[in-house]
Each structure stands twice: as structure tokens, then as C-alpha cells.
Design a protein around this ligand. Structure first.
Ligand code: ZN
Length: 324
């Protein structure tokens, strides 16, 4: 999720809160027209607060005494205010701000003194993360349709594509179960186009985001674009920071990006290297063979990607689903 999305979420909270409070003020003003004694009590209460503030500044040594007097005065005013509303047939509760979320009163945070994001905030962050990662709502383990895969034995094997995908799906779900404690934090999905690599990556990313982890899915093409722009601007724009720091980064279609000298492969290397060093999970889907990986990205990045001590490698076999 980018900073812009976070800004929009925060601005949304401010807007909802202001709207609820403005509407409540309007209802209070209307109530004052129907029940003048209510409006009168509100004014007196405001006066009492102002007088109290002034008196505490003038005679701070009497603060306790003044506070007790204020509390007493306010209690009487609240009682007369409520009596005025009751006489006019107005429910006092109807004058309170109608927040969308009563837990956090549309602030997004709960708790005192330590503030934590409210459940509604967590939900919004999750939705923004899913939107930010451009995951289609049909991409999820729940909607993983095994019937799309052939049940006939694959060429030269006893196993069908469907059985193999079922096994791979279970491995993906298990990976999410254990996240972030997987003995091998990285996954490399290798396979021809149309065998379900992107779908599987997307399922993992969605499941992790739903469980409150940070995860980003991006094509190698888009990632290279960010890397190159950062290089061209020749300054640390922090544009890459989210991809370095996110708990799980899923890079789709590695090798599908245009081949541009060794700038991009160096940058990919430092990105993956940095992530491995800080024990962050990186998932990669590609359809280029390991010899070509080596040719394209060099020895260092290839051995990182294929390192069996940190990476589980899945070969997705079978026919191209997109060709029916
Ligand atoms: Zn809330």
C-alpha cells in the first residue's frame, strides 16, 4: 500500500468524524429551538467552563475546590438540560454524534493511554492493501477451481495436472499457515505461461493480507520501472523502500520485463539480497529456465533465487489454461 492510500484513509476518518459532529451540532441547535430551556442550560454550562478556566489561572492554589464546584454546577445543568429535552419529547441520545464506528468514534484508533488501530481501521488498511496490489477478487484459495485442470495423467507421468495443482495449493496454504515462520521463506514458481503461477502467487498474497501481514504483489515489469526511474532521478526517492521492507514481496513474471543492460539485474539482486539478509520472504514466478536466468541476471542472483536452503521450488506443469 502506498502513502497516498494511507493519506486517503486518514482523511476519510477526519471527514466522517467532522460530518457526524456537525450533524449532531445541528440537531442540538434544532432541539434548542423546540426546547429553549435546553439551549439555555447549554449556554450556562459553557459559561461555567469559561469561568472555571479563568479562575484556575488566577488562583491555581484553589484548583481542587474550583473543580468540585464546577462538577456540581455541571451536574445540575445536565439534569435541567435533560429534563428540558424530556419535556419536549426529545431523546437525549438522538443528539449525540452518530459515528459510523462507535468503538473509535471515527478516529480509527482505540485504547487509552496506548492507542491501537481500531478493527475498522485494520479492515480499511487490508482493503487498501488488496486494491494496491491489484488483486482481482476472484483470486483466492477459496475460489481456487481445481476442476479447471485436467484429470488425465500428464505427459510421461502418473500424476494428473489436477492432482499436482492440488498438492501445490496445499503447500501454498501451509506456507500461509506458518508465515512468517517458514523454514524456507522464499518460493520460486516455475512453469510455462498459463499454468496458474500468477493465480497461486495472488492466493498467497491475499491470504496473508487477510491475516494482517504486509504483502505486495508486483510484476517484474512494474518493479523494473520503479528501479529505473529511481536510477534516472539519481537520488534516493524511497520509491523502493516498500519493496525492500514489506513482509512478503511476490514478483510475478520475472523475465517478462524488457532487458535493459545490467542496471536492472543489479538492482534486482540488491533488492533480493537485502530481503534475504533481513529474513523477509520473497516469492518469484517465472517461465524462464535456470540456464536463461543465469544468462539474464548473472550467477549471483540466480544462485540466490535457486538456493534450496531458503527457497522452495515448485514446477507447475501441464497445459496452458488460457488456451482452453
Ligand atoms: Zn473504529
Amino acid at each position: 500500500m502506498n502513502g497516498n492510500a494511507l493519506y486517503e484513509i486518514t482523511a476519510g476518518y477526519a471527514a466522517r468524524r467532522i460530518k457526524a459532529e456537525r450533524e449532531a451540532n445541528k440537531r442540538a441547535r434544532d432541539a434548542g429551538l423546540i426546547a429553549p430551556a435546553y439551549a439555555e442550560a447549554l449556554l450556562l454550562e459553557r459559561d461555567a467552563l469559561l469561568r472555571y478556566g479563568k479562575a484556575v489561572l488566577e488562583t491555581p492554589e484553589k484548583a481542587d475546590e474550583l473543580k468540585a464546584a464546577l462538577e456540581k454546577e455541571r451536574a445540575a445543568l445536565v439534569a435541567s438540560r435533560e429534563a428540558a429535552l424530556k419535556a419536549a419529547g426529545i431523546d437525549p441520545a438522538s443528539l449525540l454524534p452518530a459515528y459510523e464506528c462507535e468503538h473509535c468514534r471515527d478516529t480509527g484508533y482505540c485504547g487509552d493511554p496506548i492507542k491501537r488501530p481500531c478493527g475498522c481501521m485494520a479492515q480499511r488498511l487490508m482493503e487498501a492493501a488488496l486494491v494496491g496490489t491489484h488483486l482481482d477478487e476472484r483470486v483466492s484459495f477459496e475460489k481456487f477451481d481445481l476442476s479447471l485442470f485436467s484429470d488425465d495423467p500428464m505427459n510421461g507421468r502418473a500424476e494428473s495436472q489436477r492432482a499436482y495443482m492440488e498438492k501445490t495449493r496445499r503447500a501454498g496454504e501451509r506456507y500461509c499457515e506458518r508465515f512468517p515462520g517458514n523454514p524456507r521463506p522464499n518460493i520460486l514458481l516455475y512453469g510455462m505461461p498459463g499454468v496458474g503461477k500468477s493465480f497461486l502467487l495472488g492466493c498467497i498474497v491475499r491470504r496473508l493480507i487477510e491475516r494482517g501481514h504486509n504483502a505486495i504483489m508486483i510484476t517484474a515489469y512494474a518493479l523494473q520501472d520503479i528501479v529505473l526511474r529511481e536510477r534516472i532521478q539519481n537520488q534516493n526517492t524511497l520509491a523502493l523502500a516498500p519493496y525492500i521492507n514489506v513482509d512478503l514481496l511476490a514478483i510475478d513474471d520475472l523475465g517478462g520485463e524488457p532487458r535493459i543492460n545490467n542496471v536492472s539485474s543489479e538492482s534486482f539482486f540488491s533488492l533480493i539480497n537485502e530481503r534475504t539478509r533481513s529474513n523477509k520472504a520473497t516469492l518469484v514466478a517465472t517461465n524462464i529456465a535456470s540456464s536463461e536466468l543465469q544468462d539474464r541476471y548473472g550467477e549471483r542472483i540466480t544462485s540466490r533465487l535457486l538456493d534450496k536452503s531458503t527457497t522452495s521450488i515448485f514446477w507447475l506443469r501441464g497445459r496452458d489454461l488460457r488456451q482452453g
